[in-house]
Design a protein around this ligand. Structure first.
Ligand code: ATP
Ligand code: MG
Length: 434
């Protein structure tokens, strides 16, 4: 029978690295776990609390929350009707669900600012390529209830701390302001007026966007379109005083924290609900899918989803791209067992199983050899396991309630009493290091 394959654009994250020729395809799971650990610790220090929302939601949530003119909603959603004929969609991003939960459970009623984080799989029907999948993973933060530019700076600092804390270098941080709705309306008119004479020279996607979502033309990847856009008016010339003030504050405070940035007036985010601050962090170690983190302020979203007017700001980091860079720069080893346990003979094997369980309960990482093969073969596996020491149980040791400890580096060996060992299992850790 032919084995069943995973679907295009989905990947397994394995205990070992997946390679495609000499290129890393999927980083090993311990690299993902390292990211998650560092992120959790940063979130704890900054008092962000985790929120877990469903992987699928009413289609309407994303239509309203992201906007029907966006690529995500118009082309990339996994939508289906369930058996009760409800319109459902696998979440393409995390913000809409977090905000839905915030409104549904009246989290705003607790007053003050809500700092939330999430992580999990997201789904978009895109052309699969390196750093772009149909099921991918994001980790993200949302700060709800503050219009203060310090909130923008706080979330940005959290993203840079996370990426730098993981040891990433060669990052470029692009910053822009897309103003408020009125600023954007005036800018849109100016942009359309500028682009209309070039309409025929734009790529087909951009021609379509000229009518439906002209701001998105700014980040077209088409070379000819890019050349036209290079001389387009800048949104920064259309910001009202309040929007200017906000943008200035963000820049000054970022500088105050020593966070370097490049203002890029062509940076617009793909989702409709952004206002004021928009940003992206790119890595030059990634090739064409270079954006690791995208985020910004979305003051209109909570209200658009039926909640009270609530300013908010957040970001999402793509974990496929992040773990790829990390693995490339700094491949790290999975944790080795602390002890490898070998045994041979019926009594000894039963004894070893008991010892392993006791030592595991005491907190030690024990790799128990289950092969039943000759000691020589078991020792070879012990060497490969990376454990510093091996415990050896033969029939004789089992009969006398003893166990041999063997240092795998030096081959040195000595005998311990099992009773002694179990009374103070932590001595094993000291012995292993000694
Ligand atoms: P891109 O321009 O690369 O399509 P985007 O603007 O659609 O990105 P966002 O919606 O802002 O991306 O998502 C934030 C981050 O999530 C991205 O910067 C990227 O790292 C990651 N990401 C988005 N889509 C995918 C995908 N299909 N596969 C893997 N990672 C993704
Ligand atoms: Mg995209």
């Amino acid at each position: 029978m032919d084995p069943i394959q995973s679907l295009p654009g989905t990947e397994d994250i394995l205990p070992t690295c997946q390679w495609l020729g000499s290129d890393i395809k999927v980083a090993p799971v311990h690299t993902w776990q390292r990211v998650e650990e560092v992120a959790r610790e940063l979130f704890r220090r900054a008092t962000y609390r985790e929120i877990r929302t469903p992987c699928f939601e009413q289609t309407l949530l994303f239509e309203r929350g992201i906007g029907t003119a966006t690529d995500v909603v118009s082309k990339e959603m996994y939508s289906f009707r369930d058996r009760s004929d409800r319109g459902c969609t696998l979440r393409p991003e995390g913000t809409a669900g977090a905000v839905r939960a915030y409104v549904q459970h009246s989290l705003y009623a607790q007053g003050g600012v809500q700092r939330l984080w999430y992580s999990g799989p997201m789904f978009r029907y895109e052309r699969p390529q390196k750093g772009r999948q149909r099921q991918f993973h994001q980790i993200g933060v949302e700060v709800l209830g503050s219009a203060d530019p310090r909130a923008d700076v706080e979330v940005i600092a959290l993203a840079t701390d996370l990426l730098q804390g993981l040891g990433l270098k060669n990052l470029t941080f692009y910053l822009n302001s897309v103003g408020d709705l009125h600023d954007r309306q005036r800018y849109r008119d100016a942009l359309v007026a500028y682009l209309t004479p070039y309409q025929a020279d734009l790529d087909p996607d951009s021609q379509h966007r000229l009518v439906h979502n002209p701001l998105r033309i700014l980040d077209s990847k088409d070379q000819k379109t890019q050349a036209i856009v290079a001389a387009a008016p800048s949104i920064l010339d259309y910001l009202a005083d309040q929007s200017h003030w906000h943008f200035d504050q963000v820049q000054q405070q970022l500088a105050g924290l020593g966070i370097e940035f490049i203002v890029n007036p062509r940076l617009v985010r793909g989702l409709d609900y952004y206002s004021h601050t928009a940003f992206e962090i790119q890595s030059t170690d990634l090739g064409s899918q270079a954006t690791v983190c995208g985020g910004g302020r979305y003051d209109g979203l909570v209200e658009a989803l039926g909640g009270p007017a609530t300013p908010a700001v957040g970001w999402a980091i793509g974990l496929e791209r992040l773990t790829l860079v990390l693995e490339k720069l700094n491949p790290n080893q999975p944790a080795s067992p602390e002890v490898y346990l070998v045994s041979r003979g019926e009594k000894a094997e039963a004894n070893a199983l008991y010892l392993a369980q006791q030592l595991r309960q005491a907190g030690l990482a024990i790799d128990l050899d289950l092969s039943g093969s000759a000691f020589g073969k078991q020792f070879k596996r012990a060497d490969r396991s990376g454990a510093p020491v091996c415990l050896v149980l033969g029939e004789e040791e089992a009969a006398q309630a003893l166990v041999q400890i063997k240092w795998l580096g030096s081959g040195q060996q000595t005998t311990l009493s099992q009773a002694d060992l179990l009374q103070n299992p932590a001595q094993l850790r000291q012995l292993a290091q000694g």
